[in-house]
Design a protein around this ligand. Structure first.
Ligand code: SF4
Ligand code: SF4
Length: 284
């Protein structure tokens, strides 16, 4: 990766605010199928515990009612958010409820009407993950309507919008997104060892006490059945903190699962996803 690109990525990371976040996985399974994403592992694990494919709007509202408004809501999670047809309504509901809103989307499943509704809102983060040249993503999804939507987004007045590509940008998109607005990087995270090691090698284990560089133990992931997984690395549901259809938000951090994670981060024996995660840092 060229130096300017890594600077670019650092700028993007710096522009993403800290604080508590609830990421929303609106559906189980993702047709986009990026080869650096272990979402199939997620889908298999999730289907083994729940038949709920889409997070339904009522359940989303019930879960969100338990979450303090100081917690940002991020439409990202373990699948493309707009593969759920209610996604725009969920965004509007979370916005109206007073939460800061973050969007990470490939636009797959989004249409012009959705975009028109989104343009009426304010976002803390809006990142569009655009298609690459076919090295990691399926180029057959790059068609007329998708390209039209990118054109509209580029012309939209969404102030925080940024475009991100992992690898080389698809040639049909290169002419639409201004080079200065495009952040280029490469697949960097093994998602706690869940990604094919030929694409991203799993890092050496961190031994002893550790911390999460971005405190992502407080950026948790809501799943379609209300379960809440530890963080954006936990595609295989290794640490499920509770269920927001049943538990209050604060209870997620007071229950035995989170307490055990905290103890293991402080050096206690037992499985801890963080040990092979790129965000983990050994405690000095
Ligand atoms: S990276 Fe995102 S869009 Fe790609 S397969 Fe994974 S969840 Fe889907
Ligand atoms: S170190 Fe990695 S696995 Fe642990 S909380 Fe942070 S992001 Fe998640």
């Amino acid at each position: 990766m060229a130096e300017s690109n890594s600077t670019n990525l650092q700028e993007l990371r710096a522009a993403i605010p800290g604080g508590r976040v609830l990421e929303i996985t609106t559906t189980t399974g993702c047709v986009v199928g990026c080869s650096y994403c272990p979402q199939e592992k997620f889908a298999n694990r999730q289907r083994a515990v729940s038949r709920v494919k889409h997070l339904c709007l009522d359940d989303f509202k019930r879960c969100l009612a338990r979450v303090p408004t100081a917690v940002d809501v991020s439409f990202a999670g373990y699948s493309e958010p707009w593969l759920n047809p209610d996604c725009t309504e969920m965004v509007e509901h979370a916005h109206m409820s007073g939460h800061g809103i973050r969007i990470f989307t490939t636009l797959v499943g989004m249409n012009r009407r959705d975009l028109g509704r989104l343009q009426a809102l304010r976002f803390r983060v809006f990142v569009v993950h655009v298609f690459d040249d076919g090295a990691y993503m399926n180029s057959r999804l790059v068609r007329g309507k998708y390209l039209d939507l990118i054109r509209e987004l580029v012309d939209s007045d969404i102030p925080s919008i940024r475009f991100l590509v992992l690898g080389e940008v698809h040639p049909d998109i290169a002419g639409i997104v201004p080079a200065g607005a495009l952040v280029r990087t490469r697949p960097l995270s093994s998602r706690g060892g869940s990604v094919d090691s030929r694409i991203v090698e799993t890092r050496p284990r961190v031994v002893g006490a550790l911390t999460c560089a971005e405190e992502r133990q407080y950026r948790n992931v809501l799943l379609p059945n209300g379960d809440v997984a530890l963080c954006c690395m936990d595609f295989e549901r290794r640490h499920v903190l509770g269920n927001l259809l049943r538990d209050e938000y604060q209870e997620l951090f007071e229950g035995p699962v989170f307490r055990e994670i905290a103890d293991r981060m402080n050096g206690k024996d037992g499985f801890l996803l963080c040990r092979v995660c790129e965000f983990a840092e050994a405690k000095k």
